[in-house]
Design a binder for this molecule. Structure first.
Ligand code: MEV
Length: 434
């Protein structure tokens, strides 16, 4: 049986048997909620409840030659199914290649107002001369980070509108943390120091979500592997290229194209306990950094090949961490990290980027062939059939019925399943009678 045809318990058993998770992990996954009330209360203000979001597994995503099972947390029914479909096509074509460049430094700004050009020069000189003192302030404000060789990697000054705003930008290496808290704490401490040094009060000290580090992913697809029952692969590939060009020329399409990518990326980030808004903010900043909003991925035919090869490339920031408050407080993220099995933060970022690319491929293929509604309908019908308790061959039969039924609920799927089982028992009974 395929992974998606198993019950949740059977899937956990499979993961345990295959050594992806321990017996204790399987128990943890089964317990709902994984988050205890006292921990939830300690996380946010006015806590009154805990919300559950299903975690699904994208099985067998091939990245740089290794296969990963990727936990994804999402409320959108077709996301995990889409990612699995995209990953399957990518796997049949050798998988996704991924790299990161340049390595991550979090920007944090200490901003001053109305700084004349002469003052700017004077301030820059003072900052340069007092670099050692600034490092002392850093070691005092984030000692644990500096023990791990993290901290300020560079300092640069920027003038905005001829000094209407003038900012001292700290470039901070946060180790395997996402870095927001570190960057804020560090910039606030340095702001106090600079106020004394420069004799001018800063307006603010705050991190910037404009992540400098970029994940670069690419995949090469033989169009034949895109074939559907009704359409040749090359025709679909051509439409994928056209869809991609459309998104490059029309920002109102680019934002939807990117939303499809973020469906996968954010689901991974959420399962791993990351700040999904930071991931989104950085991605959309990156998409519009040239002055107009652009797609994060592009699809084109490889030049100069006899046989047409579809190439997909994605570039985007990946503002996540592997350590931090919510990751340790919530029960699931560490477990999801164990299931993912990436060796470090950078490995995780590459996998998340690859998920974005295959998610995008699945969406574009769907739009280019049967249409997104038909695809969603199929996925929803399968989910309902399974939720109603259908097993093995029953799943397909109940799902087919659900696609044709205007009432699509677990109850309706259950009624169909019960009727189906009844008639099978009846048929068996008649067989025995003969
Ligand atoms: C739906 O959640 C995402 C899509 O709209 C993305 C796209 O249009 O490329 C299908």
């Amino acid at each position: 049986m395929k992974f998606y045809e198993l019950t949740p318990q059977e899937r956990r058993n499979f993961l345990e048997r295959e050594g992806y998770i321990t017996h204790n992990d399987a128990r943890l996954l089964r317990l709902t909620p994984l988050l205890r009330e006292y921990a939830a209360d300690g996380m946010i203000e006015n806590q009154v409840g805990i919300m559950g979001i299903p975690i699904g597994l994208l099985m067998g995503l091939k990245v740089n030659g290794d296969e990963y099972n990727v936990p994804m947390a999402t409320e959108e029914p077709s996301v995990v199914a889409g990612a699995c479909a995209g990953a399957k096509i990518a796997r049949e074509n050798g998988g996704v290649n991924a790299a990161i460049w340049p390595l991550r430094v979090i920007p944090a700004d200490i901003v001053f107002q109305r700084v004349s050009p002469e003052q700017q020069e004077e301030f820059e000189k003072k900052i340069e001369d007092h670099n050692k003192d600034m490092m002392k302030v850093m070691r005092k404000s984030v000692p644990t980070l500096t023990h791990h060789n993290g901290g300020i990697e560079g300092i640069s000054c920027f003038s905005i509108r001829r000094g209407e705003f003038w900012k001292v930008r700290l470039w901070i290496w946060p180790g395997e943390a996402m870095g927001a808290n570190i960057a804020n704490k560090l910039s606030e401490a340095e702001a106090k120091y600079l106020e004394g040094l420069l004799g001018i009060k800063p307006l603010a000290a705050i991190l910037s979500n404009a992540e400098t580090e970029t994940v670069a992913c690419s995949v090469e697809i033989d169009p034949d592997t895109l074939e559907t029952k009704t359409e040749p692969g090359l025709s679909i590939a051509r439409k994928i290229v056209d869809l991609s060009r459309w998104s490059e020329m029309d920002d109102t399409r680019a934002v939807t194209h990117n939303k499809g990518i973020m469906n996968g990326v954010v689901a991974c980030a959420l399962a791993n306990g990351n700040d999904t808004r930071a991931v989104e903010a950085a991605a959309h900043w990156y998409a519009s950094r040239g002055g107009s909003y652009k797609p994060l991925s592009t699809w084109f035919f490889k030049p100069d090949t006899r046989k047409k090869i579809l190439v997909g490339k994605l570039f985007m920031p990946m503002a996540i961490g592997r350590v931090g408050f919510s990751i340790t407080t919530l029960g699931t993220p560490q477990l999801c990290q164990r299931i993912l099995g990436a060796e470090d933060l950078w490995g995780t970022q590459k996998v998340f980027g690859a998920v974005g690319l295959v998610q995008n491929l699945a969406a574009l293929k769907s739009i280019a062939s049967e249409g997104i509604t038909q695809g969603h309908l199929k996925v929803r019908s399968y989910n309902l059939a399974r939720a109603a308790g259908a097993q093995g061959e029953e799943i397909k039969k109940v799902a087919k019925h659900m696609t044709q039924n205007s009432k699509r609920t677990v109850r309706q799927a259950g009624i169909k399943l019960a009727k189906m089982r009844d008639s099978e028992i009846f048929e068996d009974y008649e067989d025995k009678d003969e």
